[in-house]
Design a protein around this ligand. Structure first.
Ligand code: TXA
Ligand code: MG
Length: 326
């Protein structure tokens, strides 16, 4: 598994060739690193599930480079007029950290969507990702490049920790600027449904679409809509708990992940500050890396700070609650 410079056109040419040959390539996006494969190849897509240890019931996101390619991967004729007009508005976020669930077209292999008739699509906002997709000439499935259930990778080094030679290469693109995965919204129903909150928030989407947006919270009432949103996810191996906590009988070696530089009210072995002053974009950008760092220290417990569940705070708490789920 070589690490190649993603800004070198020769790396892109090589990786694109390998993708067309059905191999797997890790590439950077603005959110997290993705494990890429040709979305039109059943065997390449099946290799993704095998390498990640991902349940075959959890569908993948298709990455394209141009809005004009949307009609290749999605069957837009099956969209209602209302959903089409929502799609028009949402396409203003592309390239960017927004994934839209639409009716699937035949070119996307059914296993990419876990057999569903729908397809999740986004245009990533990263030059290496866009160059790679363009040169490959095929849409790419790209789940986050982590073992299923573990914390998503925001640096190439995170992929090197687990990947094996079934991954052909990693395109280096530096740390991901956003740090949490894209917002996922479904346009299949009569009302848009937020399936996964991200940096583009539900509040912002309500303003863009000028309508109500349902939120399929993981433990809520709409679990069948996004099979991948099973509750436990993003989990470090070390037990994780979120404040407020009972401070009696805490174990000895505690790592504290905080959203500002104030010292905790309990004894800690290590204090990892994600943002000096509770800047939530900064917290999101460092969240997965912070969890990974603390997870490597052989601690008894990781305690995480919390924030109000509005705006980006909803997305940060979504990831943390899943990571802490027993
Ligand atoms: O930011 C991202 O979206 C990253 C980067 C690499 O682009 N990718 C990513 O992929 O997070 P993954 O596989 O880790 O998450 C895909 C999410 C899952 O929650 C899955 O259930 C949902 O998208 N999804 C995919 N296809 C779907 C579909 N047809 N219907 C409903 N949900 C779908
Ligand atoms: Mg993932």
């Amino acid at each position: 598994m070589d690490v190649l410079d993603g800004s070198d056109p020769r790396s892109i040419t090589f990786a694109a060739e390998r993708l067309r040959a059905g191999e797997l390539v890790v590439f950077p996006t603005e959110t997290v690193y993705g494990l890429g494969a040709d979305a039109t190849s059943q065997s390449a897509v099946e290799l993704i599930y095998a390498v990640k240890g991902r349940p075959s019931s959890n569908p993948l996101i298709i990455h394209i480079a141009e809005i004009s390619d949307l009609a290749r991967v999605a069957d837009l004729s099956k969209l209602s007029a209302q959903s089409s007009s929502w799609l028009d508005r949402l396409s203003s976020y592309w390239p960017g950290p927004l994934t839209v669930v639409l009716p699937r077209s035949k070119i996307v292999t059914a296993s990419a969507s876990a057999g569903l008739n729908s397809v999740a699509v986004r245009i990533p906002h990263h030059p290496v990702a866009l160059n790679l997709i363009r040169e490959a000439g095929v849409p790419l499935v790209a789940p986050s490049a982590n073992l299923s259930g573990y914390v998503s990778p925001t640096r190439s080094a995170h992929v090197l920790e687990w990947g094996d030679n079934r991954i052909r290469c990693i395109l280096e693109g530096g740390p991901c600027s956003i740090g949490i995965e894209s917002t996922v919204i479904s346009l299949l129903g009569e009302e848009p449904i937020l399936l996964r909150p991200g940096i583009i928030t539900r509040e912002e989407l309500v303003k863009t679409l000028e309508c109500r947006i349902l939120y399929a919270e993981s433990n809520g009432s709409l679990p069948q809509l996004s099979p991948g949103l099973s509750f436990k996810h993003y989990s470090p191996k070390t037990p994780l708990t979120i404040i407020p906590i009972e401070t009696t009988e805490l174990p000895e070696r505690i790592g504290y992940l905080s959203f500002d530089s104030r010292p905790p009210s309990f004894q800690v072995h290590i204090h990892k500050v994600l943002s000096p002053d509770r800047n939530l974009e900064e917290v999101a950008a460092g969240l997965f890396e912070g969890l990974r760092e603390l997870d490597q220290l052989g601690l008894d417990l990781i305690i995480s700070d919390c924030c109000e569940e509005t705006g980006i705070g909803t997305s940060i708490m979504d990831r943390l609650k899943r990571a802490a789920a027993k």
